[in-house]
Design a protein around this ligand. Structure first.
Ligand code: C5P
Length: 401
């Protein structure tokens, strides 16, 4: 990380006492650190401590009162290679999520063009509150990397989730990030995500529970590592803003197929993460189907195109095509069969039997199966960590291919 510019945003939680260690470790790793503190953070650790360790005056006000010197959050935002907010209190996370720019840390965050890491730290009940969960989800949707808090004893003496990750691990997360950052530079990646909606009539559709979280996490990870990503997304409640990600919104399997065929020839890697509906109504009624008193209507279905298999047929040497399989039984046998039928290089298997895996969750537990029958199991992780594992796997097979 030598020479990297790091903005370290410190907010007012008891874990701020650990930031002295974090600054020391970052300086030892050869980085330049600019500490930005919220007014409350200064109640927990003195600016003098952090400016001495970082070898730079700490910034916490918009300007220095005695000299009238203005601190430009815009310049700071441009200077940084990365911004780390640690500890990130519930209040700071909420302000970051909603753009409440009432201190230097938040204005700097809103101006920052660089990747942003957030290390939450708070008591277990604050951590578990739906508003915190929703705000963290918003930060993820803006592209922030969440350094998950650990579970353990908290300042309140209660035991639970909310301890800021240890400074050594925060440094490790940054080192990993910089080490892998450019390994997909110049590569084009096509990703499908979310469900498809197959219209029955103007107000109804056949759909499924896919949230799109896994596909969006993959798009974020590939883009962070330098790839140009085309994300073909079914209808989801997520958004992604990244200069390397081009989102193509589609609704039905046929629209998804058309978008994928348009982009596949030009792609180095394609990851089929969408939960595509297998069947669509044979016809979409032009007006809303009325409720009949006597009998229920029968829906006639037709088979949807298999997007992964269609791309598999057109796959050229050097292209990597990956699929997902969500199985309820005979997982390995069924998934292996899909690799062959769809001409995939590998498949990511998640089993509905594993708690925390599959649809709508923020975590996933995957097993990767390759075309020659090798099986790679992974532990339960946040979907961002799973995306990291999948992209690492792809980078490794690209080295061999
Ligand atoms: O055959 P099955 O639906 O279980 O296969 C799942 C894999 O195939 C996923 O990668 C999914 O995105 C892809 N798929 C597809 N088009 C379909 C059905 C599935 O691309 N119509």
């Amino acid at each position: 990380m030598t020479g990297k510019h790091i903005i370290l945003g410190v907010s007012g939680g008891i874990a701020a006492y650990k930031i002295a260690t974090l600054v020391r470790l970052l300086i030892k790793a050869g980085t330049e650190v600019q500490v930005v503190m919220t007014p409350n953070a200064k109640e927990f650790i003195t600016p003098l401590t952090l400016s001495t360790l970082s070898r730079k005056p700490v910034i916490s006000e918009f300007f220095t009162r005695n000299t009238g010197e203005w601190h430009s959050h815009v310049d700071l935002g441009l200077w940084a290679d990365v911004m780390v907010v640690a500890p990130a209190t519930a209040s700071t996370i909420g302000k970051m999520a909603h753009g409440i720019a009432d201190n230097m840390l938040i204005t700097t965050y809103l101006s920052a063009k660089c990747p942003v890491f957030v290390a939450p730290a708070m008591d277990l009940d604050m951590m578990a509150h739906p508003s915190t969960t929703a705000n963290i989800a918003l930060l993820r949707s803006y592209g922030c990397h969440i350094i998950e808090p650990a579970t353990g004893e908290l300042a309140s003496h209660l035991v639970g989730k909310g301890r800021m990750e240890e400074p050594e691990n925060i440094v490790k997360a940054l080192q990993d990030f910089f080490a892998t950052r450019a390994d997909l530079a110049g590569k084009k990646v096509l990703i499908t995500a979310g469900p498809t909606h197959e219209k029955i009539d103007p107000v109804r559709f056949i759909g499924n529970y896919s949230s799109g979280k896994m596909g969006y996490a993959l798009a974020q990870e590939a883009a962070d590592r330098g790839a140009q990503v085309t994300l073909v997304s079914g209808p989801v409640a997520l958004s992604i803003k990244h200069p390397n990600v081009n989102v193509v919104n589609v609704e039905s399997a046929t629209e998804m197929l058309n978008a994928c065929t348009e982009h596949f020839a030009d792609s180095d890697i394609a990851i089929m993460c969408a939960a595509v509906a297998d069947y669509a109504p044979e016809e979409c009624a032009e007006s809303k189907i009325k409720r009949e008193k006597s009998k229920a209507p029968t829906l006639k279905l037709k088979k949807n195109p298999d997007i992964a298999a269609t791309l598999g047929k057109n796959k050229k040497r050097g292209q990597i095509l990956a699929g997902f399989a969500l199985e309820t039984d005979n997982e390995i046998v069924n998934a292996t069969d899909k690799i062959r039928r769809k001409n995939l290089d590998f498949i990511v298997l998640n089993s509905l039997r594993d708690p925390g895996a599959g649809f709508r969750t923020d975590t996933n537990k995957i097993t990767i199966l390759d075309a020659i029958g090798k099986v790679y199991p992974y532990p339960l992780k946040p979907k961002s960590g799973v995306a990291n594992d999948i992209i690492n796997y792809i980078v490794n097979i690209r080295r061999i291919k």
